[in-house]
Design a protein around this ligand. Structure first.
Ligand SMILES: [Zn+2]
Ligand SMILES: [Zn+2]
Length: 375
């Protein structure tokens, strides 16, 4: 029994095209064979998702499906064969939606004159302050840009073309090699015309016919608050321009977070160690604590034990996925004086005699308090 296509994509019956596309994109990424190598279940899900999308994103097919169900979209010239989708078809659907480049596959098929430029990957180092606040960064790129002499066409005299001299228009070349097992014939895309079968009559002097030269550009990118090391941010169309006027690749920014000298990140919480004197933890104190958003007052209750963790709500790092933010955890470090004068020694000796200064002898009550160390 075949599953309902709306159910497969987890969308409502009246979902709009954008919603359907979004749902498809999410699921196709999840079940993509590159992400689930050898997983038959994921492959089946991927096909199922691709089939559902093929029908629901096409207005005519969707109408037929709504009226007649699965029977309405099976068979016929533009329907499916009835044996489900083959993986190759599913992958092509996926690629043709322009998501394929996420997995390193190029757009632009063999034999097409339009070739897309390369994606460029850059690393971007961010301080924890940048991560907490979000930041706009300008990134300077060395990349292939449109040749200003030929305007990207690659031709000295416009776009005039002739049959490729290497493959004589076939777009592919044969290479024959001998081996122990016999003769091998290898058919490859013609390196001269890249499968077009045609080459420029007279290549541009400046770029040699490629339509591109090396250049620089500055790309401005908004880094959302809450990113973390290993996150990628893709800026569409800012990578290498394609040869002969082809579309540009993307810039893929890999986030690297710099270590902070005072704060330690734990998810979206930040941990800060606060040194306090014995007197402060005993009597209680109001102290100013640095946070990623500036200094903030913190009340330390009287009788706070060493290593107690005080929680400063919403002083951590914003969540990337929603509007909330993490906390700042303040670990109390009791600072022990290393030098004492005679008067101080006398006072401390006196205090040490007091019952209140004696730690619990069995440690039971004290150990129990680790459970609620975080408040
Ligand atoms: Zn040129
Ligand atoms: Zn050729």
């Amino acid at each position: 029994m075949q599953r309902d296509y709306y159910e497969v994509l987890s969308v409502a019956k009246d979902a709009g095209p954008d919603e359907i596309k979004k749902a498809y994109r999410k699921l196709a990424m999840k079940y993509h064979p590159d992400k689930n190598p050898g997983d038959k279940g994921a492959e089946e899900s991927f096909k199922e998702v691709a089939e559902a999308y093929d029908v629901l994103h096409d207005q005519q097919k969707r109408q037929r499906y709504d009226r007649f169900g699965h029977q309405g979209v099976k068979g016929g010239s533009d329907g499916f064969s009835g044996f489900g989708v083959d993986l190759g078809d599913a992958l092509r659907t996926f690629m043709s939606e322009g998501f394929g480049d996420l997995f390193g596959a190029g757009r632009g098929a063999r034999g097409s004159r339009v070739r897309r430029g390369k994606d460029l990957q850059v690393r971007l180092r961010l301080t924890l302050e940048d991560v907490a606040a979000g930041v706009e960064k300008k990134i300077k790129l060395k990349k292939a840009v449109v040749c200003d002499s030929c305007d990207g066409s690659g031709g000295a005299s416009g776009d005039a073309r002739m049959t490729c001299l290497q493959c004589h228009g076939a777009g592919e070349v044969r290479q024959v090699s001998q081996s122990l097992f016999g003769q091998f014939v290898n058919i490859a895309t013609c390196p001269r015309c890249h499968g077009d079968g045609q080459i420029l009559k007279e290549p541009c002097k400046k770029c040699g016919g490629d339509g591109r030269t090396r250049g620089e550009s500055v790309v401005a990118v908004d880094i959302p608050a809450g990113v973390t090391s290993g996150n990628y941010i893709t800026v569409r169309g800012e990578g290498d321009v394609g040869p002969n006027g082809g579309p540009s690749g993307d810039v893929i920014i890999l986030i690297e977070e710099l270590e902070h000298e005072s704060f330690e990140r734990h998810g979206d919480d930040v941990l800060y160690s606060l040194p306090l004197s014995f007197a402060q933890v005993s009597l209680g104190a109001e102290v100013e604590v640095p946070t990623l958003g500036g200094r903030v007052k913190l009340q330390v209750p009287a009788g706070t034990q060493a290593n107690k963790i005080l929680r400063m709500k919403h002083k951590g790092i914003p969540h990337l996925s929603d509007s909330g933010r993490g906390d700042q955890l303040v670990r109390v470090v009791v600072w022990t004086p290393t030098r004492l004068d005679a008067r101080e020694k006398k006072l401390l000796n006196e205090l040490a005699q007091s019952e209140n200064f004696k730690p619990p002898s069995d440690g039971k009550g004290f150990l129990g308090r680790f459970k609620d160390a975080i408040m």
